[in-house]
Design a protein around this ligand. Sequence first.
Ligand code: PGA
Length: 263
Amino acid sequence: MEIIIKPDYNEVCEETAGIIHRAWQKKNALVLGLPTGQTPLGLYERLISFYNEGKIDFSSVTTFNVDEYLGLEKTHPQSFAFYMDNHFFRHINIKRENTHFLSGKPENIEEHCRAYEAEIRRVGGIDIQVLGIGVNGHIAFNEPSSSLASRTRLEMLTQESIKANAHFFKHEKDVPRFCLTMGVGTFLESKMILLLASGKDKAKAVASAVEGPVSVSNPASALQLHPQAKFIIDEEAAAKLSRKDYYRWKHENREKSLDFLKK
Ligand code: PGA
């Protein structure tokens, strides 16, 4: 795993946008897995700036959102489909038919989830899966106890997640209790995973994901099994990592080690 520690949230977003930009330069028809929440907002702002500056063109890009609340129409202001449109898609030239969402009102949940996975396979898989992390270690809505082999499915929110998302709603009781989410096993099939974290509230979950055992108690720990997983985190989110200095040194010297071989 690569642990990239940045001084602050802005630089976390800058670094992540840079990785996506470089990947797009190599493959314009990039397939992205995208999250919602507070953390990716700055990333979407950077990518919109890149688009406005003519550095990136989204016309061949395909996206898959990682989760959706069950029961909400995509026009509901708290639905993740609405969030994506509001914070990202309406500001760029992505083709709507290339953006994919789990439905909050599927006719048949199992069929819908199977079709979502089939669509990911049909486009050749996800090139870059961007993820946030919950205070309890969840990735998307794979809450603690989610199988590390889990696929896209119905999941139930924990009390921590209901609390954490309550500020988006009028009352905590309005937060949906059920959702559809891509699975941990689905994420592990992506070619690259970028997990973003910012702030001291995430420090415990990040430390146990990176340095704890691989366990369903912290679903983000499953990223230890992925050969191309990067944690891009700020100082506050890195605060509880015991090998912080080594990760920093390793990241800074990665390029130098390649130069050394060339000599
Ligand atoms: P946040 O949520 O970005 O709003 O902190 C992250 C998550 O729960 O995955």
